[in-house]
Design a binder for this molecule. Structure first.
Ligand SMILES: Cc1cc2nc3c(=O)[nH]c(=O)nc-3n(C[C@H](O)[C@H](O)[C@H](O)COP(=O)(O)O)c2cc1C
Length: 178
């Protein structure tokens, strides 16, 4: 959700509100907690998950203290007993988002960013996360799940074909035979 509305409320450089939804971190988390609470009340907490990326500067998002903001967010979200937290792992001088989640999130954790089969297996064994997600590997590997199951080599994707017109880079990555 880097740069999307919830992150804009959470982040100090985009949230300029002077009401109960802006200012201190306790106010900036309010919109997200209210949205999650409302979704859980409508469809059931077990059908609601959320994705965060503390410390990720994509789309010019910046928070002066992501550790404080996201610690408060996770502490407030944990009692909602949602289906999962989906975390993009960022480790930079400002924050280690995995360490933050381990300390403040009480619930199922899906981990993302640069996951390989080997890394996922190791982290699963270590109890670091309950599940893992793959983004870029799915672009070049339409049969990613099957390749992971077969321990087959993964194809690399070509970033030059991202956000371009035409089928190239979208539907022309081959599946492994047999
Ligand atoms: C082309 C592209 C578009 C993406 N769009 C979004 C998006 O709209 N929202 C989002 O939260 N993440 C988006 N991501 C980030 C991915 O969901 C994922 O977090 C990222 O690729 C890291 O996972 P990976 O190392 O498995 O690729 C996008 C990534 C790529 C490559």
């Amino acid at each position: 959700m880097v740069g999307y509305l919830p992150a804009q409320f959470l982040s100090s450089n985009t949230n300029h509100r002077t009401d109960d939804y802006g200012g201190p971190a306790a106010n900036r988390i309010r919109f997200v907690i209210e949205a999650l609470t409302a979704m859980a009340a409508t469809v059931g907490a077990g059908r609601v998950g959320f994705r965060i990326c503390p410390g990720n500067p994509f789309n010019d998002i910046y928070d002066k203290d992501p550790r404080e903001t996201y610690a408060l967010l996770l502490e407030a979200a944990s009692p909602l007993q949602l289906a999962y937290l989906h975390l993009i792992h960022v480790s930079n001088p400002q924050v280690d988002s995995l360490a933050l989640a381990q300390e403040h999130w009480k619930g199922p954790l899906i981990l993302n960013e640069g996951i390989t089969r080997e890394r996922a297996e190791r982290l699963l064994d270590e109890g670091v996360a309950h599940a893992f997600s793959f983004g870029r590997p799915f672009i070049a590997n339409p049969d990613l799940v099957s390749r992971l199951e077969r321990r087959a080599q993964l194809a690399e994707f070509d970033p030059a074909t991202l956000y371009t017109p035409g089928p190239e880079g979208y539907v022309d990555y081959p599946v492994l035979p047999g």
